[in-house]
Design a protein around this ligand. Sequence first.
Ligand code: ZN
Length: 152
Amino acid sequence: MKYIFFAIFFNFFSCHSQNQNFLNMAKLKTDKDWKEQLSPEVYHVLREKGTERAFSGKYNNHFDKGTYICAGCSVDLFESSSKFNSHCGWPSFDESLESKVETKKDFSHGMVRVEILCSNCGGHLGHIFPDGPTNTGMRYCVNSLSLDFIEE
Ligand SMILES: [Zn+2]
């Protein structure tokens, strides 16, 4: 029995790439792990799908060159070159880094929206709207609390 368990466990990890292992580890974190790791504000947004007050976030009017990473697992999510001023009160991007952001239908608050999540740790980032002003036509509306920034 022990052997079977080990074989399944080993298989689970061995058929994924190194990067995928990292992915699985972040997704395996418990609520308690996240509570210990994150500040209460960041925990509320990333793990309880909270929304920071409009115009309150530190990256709303932030246009330095660099990379925005996930505040939960530090994976790269957005390049500063995709950020634009949407005047909506939250950091806005017209595209994410490839396959780093997942989408999910969100029916909360009596609206139908599309939620965006970090594909590595499942942390809530914000929502995406098809009203972007650039050629992608998209507006990734992201909470500053979901992000950290690495200057170029
Ligand atoms: Zn993440």
